[in-house]
Structure formats: structure tokens, C-alpha cells
Write a protein that binds this ligand. Structure first.
Ligand SMILES: [Zn+2]
Length: 317
């Protein structure tokens, strides 16, 4: 089973009212995360992956740079590419009304999700995002993830129009994700939608029976490990994990969160130690269709989930 270790890379200014004032500090936190203990945003993430010989897919959000300058995007892509890792496209169309010249004519009102845009608009946004990544030095752009997993069927059509053959936007834990796609195997398993190879974010049933997404910031290491092993045993061919550039940082701070740092370090070590049968991969290494369609969502043990509850208490105090 291949493990897709994916990271959504984005910069937020903590609100839209004072963007130009807050951007420099926000960029510093989200891209570097400088602290006395090290740079726990992108630099440390890349260092930890490479120390264990892992491949990561970095879905980079480019639209912010249409407001603040392409050189900011170049900085991000240089960090990732110089570490030998893969850059792909992530879009938060919330930026659409904050940039000029406008990408689409109707940009007076902020619309959060890709699914709130027409096919023509989505296609234009994806085209601009892809073009910006390429101008900033990304390699071939062949995979996409919508911000907040907010895709719909038109997103897949728009990807086809832009020669992007892989998508990882679907997350059945989010109501907004693929809301106009009928319930079906797409929720859990790779499938082909409008000609695009779709690899949804992996879900699992936790020790209390609740469905969770495989996200570094929201699961214990034991849950991720159990879910990966259970998925492999059940016959899944891919396991998609999500993280972000800021997940190892404490909220609203550039200080590392020791609980998440330790968790990510253990995950990297585990995947490095098991790279023979659980290799980390790129989307372009994956093919839809070989997963057994009856493969059940993986389950994890109660102790793994209790570990998460314990960690949440630790983080609070
Ligand atoms: Zn995002």
C-alpha cells in the first residue's frame, strides 16, 4: 500500500481587514515558524521527512501571491523543491476578491469554496493558480486539492480542462466536500470522476466508532499507525494523510507544539522503518482501480483513541 503524505501549504493573515499590515508577520509564521527551538513550519517539516527518506506532496496555495507578489511564492516553492519534494496545486478562492487584476469578472463578494463558483470560473481559477506555480518554479503540476476540501463535480471538469489528472479534494468528513456527487465508493476509495483520478483523504473509525480523517494535527500517532496497518490488511492500495505547514506550531504562535512535533516525528520514523511495504508516493505513482471496492474503512483500537484524548489534555495544559 502506498502512503500519500500530503501537506496543504497556505498563508493566512488572521482576517481580511488589515491584510497589508498583517501579511509580513503571517508569512514569516506560516512559512518559517521561527522560534528559539528551530523553524517548525516548512523547514522542519521538510527536514523531518528527508531525515527518514520520505516523499511528501506539498499542495501550495498560490493566490495570496497575486496580492503580495510572486517572489513570496518563489520562496515557498524554492524551500520545497530544494528539499527534493513535490509541489502541487491548492486553491483557496477566498483570495479572489482581494487581488487585482481580477481573475474572474464577478469578484465583488467573497465566496469561500470552489463549489460556489461556476465551471467557467473554477477553470479560470485553476488555470491562474497553475500558471503562478509554474512561473514560481514548480515542476509539472498534475495534482490538485481544493481549499477546505470544498470541491464539486465541476471542479473535476475544470481540472480536465487544465490538464491536471489527479485530485485529492474529497473528504467525506466534510459536508461541503463533493456535496453534489452521489453517495458511493468515491467517499472512501479512489475512483475516476469526470476523467480525473480521485484519491480521497483517508478516513477511519476511531476506537469509539467515530469517523475521523487521517490528519496529523487531529489524530494520535497510534491512531494513524493502526489505521495505516488496518487499511493495508483490508486491501487498500493507497492511504492519504493530510497535514498543513502550521500543524507543528501552537495556535497563533511560532512556538512548536511538542505533542504534535513528537507525533509527526514518530509517524516519519514509522514510515521510514516500513518503507518496503508502506512506501510514500506521489499521486502520479498511483493508479485508480486496483483497490478492492468492498474494502472497509480501517478501524483503530480504543487505546489509540484514548492516547489522542490524553494528548489533547496535555496540549491544553
Ligand atoms: Zn487549505
Amino acid at each position: 500500500m502506498k502512503v500519500l503524505l500530503s501537506f496543504d501549504i497556505e498563508v493566512w493573515c488572521g482576517g481580511w481587514a488589515r491584510l497589508d499590515e498583517t501579511f509580513p508577520a503571517a508569512f514569516d509564521r506560516y512559512v518559517y515558524g521561527r522560534s528559539s527551538q528551530g523553524e517548525y513550519a516548512l523547514p522542519k517539516t521538510l527536514e523531518m521527512l528527508n531525515a527518514c527518506g520520505l516523499r511528501g506532496v506539498f499542495f501550495v496555495e498560490p493566490l495570496f501571491a497575486a496580492r503580495f507578489g510572486l517572489h513570496h511564492l518563489v520562496t515557498i516553492i524554492d524551500l520545497i523543491r530544494n528539499a527534493g519534494q513535490d509541489v502541487q496545486l491548492h486553491l483557496h478562492p477566498e483570495w479572489t476578491d482581494e487581488i487585482s487584476p481580477a481573475i474572474i469578472p464577478d469578484n465583488r463578494v467573497k465566496r469561500q469554496h470552489m463549489s460556489y463558483y461556476t465551471l467557467v470560473e473554477q477553470s479560470a481559477l485553476i488555470a491562474r493558480g497553475k500558471q503562478m506555480l509554474l512561473e514560481a518554479g514548480a515542476g509539472p503540476v498534475n495534482a490538485f486539492r481544493a481549499g477546505n476540501f470544498g470541491c464539486n463535480r465541476d471542479t473535476f471538469r475544470a481540472l480536465g480542462e487544465n490538464d491536471i489528472g489527479f485530485d485529492s479534494s474529497l473528504n467525506a468528513n466534510y459536508e461541503v466536500s463533493g456535496a453534489d456527487l452521489c453517495d458511493g465508493p468515491w467517499r472512501l476509495l479512489p475512483s475516476v470522476i469526470e476523467g480525473i483520478s480521485s484519491f480521497p483523504v483517508s478516513l477511519f473509525a476511531d476506537g469509539l466508532g467515530k469517523t475521523r480523517s487521517a490528519q496529523v494535527g487531529g489524530c494520535s500517532f497510534a491512531e494513524l499507525r493502526d489505521a495505516i496497518e488496518n487499511a493495508a490488511m483490508a486491501g487498500h492500495d493507497e492511504f492519504v494523510i493530510v497535514s498543513h505547514n502550521f500543524e507543528m506550531l501552537k495556535p497563533n504562535s511560532a512556538q512548536p507544539d511538542p505533542v504534535v512535533v513528537r507525533r509527526f516525528a514518530r509517524l516519519c520514523r514509522y514510515l521510514g522503518d516500513n518503507s518496503q511495504h508502506l512506501p510514500t508516493a506521489l499521486y502520479s505513482d498511483c493508479r485508480v482501480g486496483s483497490s478492492r471496492s468492498e474494502a472497509a474503512p480501517p478501524r483503530v483500537g480504543l487505546s489509540a483513541t484514548l492516547q489522542r484524548h490524553f494528548e489533547q489534555l496535555l496540549r491544553r495544559f
